[in-house]
Design a binder for this molecule. Sequence first.
Ligand code: PEP
Ligand code: MN
Length: 360
Amino acid sequence: MSDAELLLVFDSKVDRSGIDGWTQHFDSTGTTATTYRLGAVDVMVAQGPATRLPAPEDLPRPAHTVRASGGFRLGRRELVPSGTKVSIGSAVIGDGDIAVFAGPCAVENREQMLSTANAVAGHGAVGLRGGAFKPRTTPYSFQGLKWAGLELLAEAREETGLPILTEVVDPRHVDRMAEVTDAFQIGTRNMQNFSLLSEVGRTGMPVVLKRGFGCSVEELLTAGEYILAEGNDQLVLCERGIRTFEGSTRFTLDLSAVALLKRRTHVPVMVDPSHSLGVPELIEPLTLAAVAAGADALLIDVHVQPQQALCDGKQALLPADFGRIMGRLDSLALGLGRRLGIGPAADYSQIHDVLTGDVV
Ligand code: PEP
Ligand code: MN
């Protein structure tokens, strides 16, 4: 059996020559060592005989060391105990505040995108969601407006000031998309598309990685390593429901995974109750439960005319219902010693109305 890995975490007190000294030490003792940049720290992963022996006295001390085994390394909570903060434009995920991203499942047309964007912005969302490229289960369903949809998202950002999050489905699209979007979403069907993960990882831009609906928490964590191993710590993991024997909701929202991820990784956690449940009535209770379980962020489908939606209309909330959830989240946050993040375009009179019980 091979040795467990030793992870050495170096903070800014240790410079390049110190790290090179450790690399030479490991090289000379038949031990492999690779160093990754992770936010403000360097993490050296060493495997081999020297990890069991005392290190030479003249090498600078790491801030701490962690023994690990298996493929889950750079995401381990022990490496960044306070948690990593991910910035998507003006929105921050992982700073303790509850960050809500909302918008339509798919960008359909200018009127739909702008009116939905303005509505969620008014209710205090910190970011906009919207799919321009839609990975549909059948090729005969609406596939998204593609590059034209991305332009409409950019226009919605211009109008509301909110950053945009959109799904990338093809490694060949990454560079062109990076010029417009603020963050990449990797959908459930692509969680293990490893070349796509490495490609978005290399951009250094924020990535929201959704859990495969047939994948374990461990597989989600190791998929996330593909992005972290590119030296990109701007990663968010998203629970969006898994397939179980239970057929009364679209998927089963695995809130144990949320509580578990918060303990195992420093990477912030998002929950998408919309795609998980598939019906609007259950979004509010499960949104609140997700936050109680520790979610840092939420991804919620909102549409100004759900009956007319070209994609996932059945699960989209009307703006007023979204506004009511924002009010409930605000109250819940208070009880948990947290705050609801409020976006730059929030209309405080609407939020106030919601908090005082008047549904707008
Ligand atoms: C989406 O968020 O639009 C989406 C397609 O989600 P998922 O990949 O979770 O099905
Ligand atoms: Mn959808």
